[in-house]
Ligand binder design. Sequence first.
Ligand SMILES: *Cc1c(COP(=O)(O)O)cnc(C)c1O
Length: 366
Amino acid sequence: MTTDRRFADMLHHRAKRLRRGDPVAPPLVSATTFHLPGLEGASHLYGRMAMPTWEEVEEQLAILEGATVVGFPSGMAAIAAALMASLQAGDRVVLPSDGYYTTRLLADRFLAPLGVRVELIATADMDAAAFDGAAVVFVETPSNPGLDCCDIALAARKAHAAGARLIVDNTTMTALLQRPLDLGADLVVAADTKAPAGHSDVLYGHVSGREPQLMARVAEWRKLSGAVPGAFEAWLLHRGLETLEVRLARMCASARVLAERLGNHARVRHLRYPGLPGDPAHAVARRQMADFGFLLSFELESEEKAEDFLNRCRYLSQTTSFGGTHSAAERRARWGDAVAPGFLRLSVGVEPVEPLWTAIAEALDA
Ligand SMILES: *Cc1c(COP(=O)(O)O)cnc(C)c1O
């Protein structure tokens, strides 16, 4: 099924259940307890096990992913669930050395002390790396913040040959732009906090997969650890997802325009955007991504020059995170990422591109 068809199906996912007079938008149900004069036939038992408003979102995401989906209260809660469901003491896990830093911290602070051996490999080296002896290979492509890519289908083949499972963090792409499960991944994890919710006002995450036993274990982790999303957050994500496709179309188109123009600007160094034909990740990006995303990165001369640029640019909100309606940028070195002091990650929002470019160009030329 095409991604367009999936998205159209997602928009109408409630239609088949609606009775005359029902609300078209899903009701926000914040109940923790449900009428249970006996357990038989009850659709809901207790809020930590399942809630109606989560199910609405999980149904949307399941249509987009073509897989079973379990929702979590943040991207990190989803990542923790995927790792806890697939690792045990003595296992080896391969993680990207240049991906989202909290995933590495989680492994270092909590998995290693439980007896999991953690091995770090740079995203750009994953294609050539051997995964022998690993139980789980975890990749993030394009990686945040460096935007290097690796070949998901190749990683899946190598992981499976080594007897390992492949988990892909698909946050920077979403299920509309990249389909790791179709390329052989065993689990997808994603922070819906970013583009899927899209309005900088909700934390959410999900795990998706097609192996029933593994997904049952992910769901069991949620129930037993209590890492459950709130009903209001689910409701906000449901609303955000309805416009994901149109927001992404604008964001990706604008990112391409900005990347081309920034690439020709004398002050901009080491520009990375997988959509540029000269980018080191372009060949693999073309093979596995439906579009090249809304993130780009580049360097200015120094910390001061980069901060000065951010302070001057009226259409770049100085925030961490990405995927919102407002364009945003920050110096990643302030969080300790292994990047140059003047390195900026820029998340392109839904502003019309010409005023956005004018604001960026004026701040660069000031
Ligand atoms: C933001 C992010 C996460 C974590 O998501 P939260 O919702 O903040 O927990 C995980 N992976 C990547 C690639 C991210 O960008």
